[in-house]
Design a binder for this molecule. Sequence first.
Ligand code: SME
Length: 173
Amino acid sequence: MSASATMPYFIKPSVNLSAAEKEAAYALAHQQIVATIGDETDETIKMVTINCLLKTHLPYYYWVGFYLNRGDETLTVGPYQGTLGCLYIKFGRGVCGTVALSQVPKIVGDCHALAQGTEHIACDPNSRSEIVLPVMRKDGSLLGVFDVDSSEVASFDGVDLRWLERILTVFSL
Ligand code: SME
């Protein structure tokens, strides 16, 4: 099935936020994530909670979700909210595969400026900017990567990076 540029009825175009608006939205989302997860240990429950609450509070989250490391140098799609995501991404390919390999977060201001198929994998042509972070467990193993896409350019910056790094510690504490 090829990606369509038409947004389904349940997806809205992204709306960028100012730095101050982001701080307020992330603070609320973070508070609700911590309260909901509590002392939960199940990784899937943590992932679906993070996806849902971040997408609820951040209006530029067009696609949000996890790609999982199963130890075969390929990321496998995990829990997400948004339009249909790619099922498998090889380590080193696209933004997610690059982050899985380097374990260093990446912010892309304009996905369409990247070489398609190598530097960026377009699961949905509506994705215009993105942030991807590695997700580590307490034992130092790589759970996978966390990927957020916006349908606007330049949606992500250091504010997103700082809050997401903090939120993703729920997998390593
Ligand atoms: N943005 C990713 C592909 C995954 S989808 O956007 C859901 C990438 O290029 O790695």
